[in-house]
Design a protein around this ligand. Structure first.
Ligand code: VGL
Ligand code: ZN
Length: 194
């Protein structure tokens, strides 16, 4: 199956931050291994003039998702800390204005890039119809961003070669992928893009 990128396509790069990489506060195994592939997608979209949106987890210090504050996660992606920065090798086009911060108020968490952000407005403004979603983590923010987008009426493509999961249970990523596909997402790899 080939997918031809058109003017109404956008790339959404989910949470490619240091804390989700090996050595980070909430590491995703091999999270760093998808950086080169994600960079290929970023190049492809930006060279065609298509927008690329980078989401980031952007929590206050005492965020409710953290252990000790009512949540299950170790403290991660705290605003303005090293761990909240994007991976050093992630290609962020110098003219890119699309950084979407989420989970940035203490009492709300957001696994979806659409939750409590202006992402939907930005996509609407550009007339975007199809979203291509990859990044971290398959079983949390990728899953919820994709499903959020599908629920808003976007056609969704899941970048199978540019996602990695936390897998608290070993099959969490597999289940998340099945769920996204069952809700209408199409799984592709970079070879499918023409
Ligand atoms: C995420 C767990 C907690 C993610 C964010 O980006 O998938 N996972 N916060
Ligand atoms: Zn988080």
């Amino acid at each position: 199956m080939n997918v031809k990128i058109n003017d109404f396509d956008a790339l959404i790069v989910v949470d490619m931050q240091k804390d989700f990489m090996p050595g980070g506060a909430l590491p995703v195994a091999d999270g760093d291994k998808i950086v080169p592939k994600m960079n290929e997608y970023i190049k492809l979209f930006s060279e065609k003039g298509n927008p690329v949106y980078f989401t980031r987890d952007w929590h206050p210090e005492n965020h409710i998702s953290f252990k000790g504050h009512g949540g299950i996660w170790p403290s991660h992606c705290v605003q303005d800390t090293e761990g909240a920065k994007f991976h050093d090798d992630l290609l962020i086009p110098s003219d890119n204005k699309f950084i979407i911060s989420k989970g940035d108020s203490r009492d709300f968490d957001a696994y979806s890039g659409f939750q409590g952000t202006i992402l939907n407005d930005l996509l609407k403004e550009r007339g975007i119809k199809r979203i291509f979603v990859g990044g971290l983590a398959t079983d949390y923010c990728v899953k919820n961003t994709m499903i959020g987008g599908l629920n808003l009426g976007y056609q969704g493509f899941l970048l199978l070669d540019a996602i990695k999961g936390v897998n608290i249970n070993p099959d969490d990523s597999e289940k998340a992928i099945d769920l996204m596909l069952s809700k209408g997402a199409t799984a592709i790899t970079i070879e499918n893009i023409k």
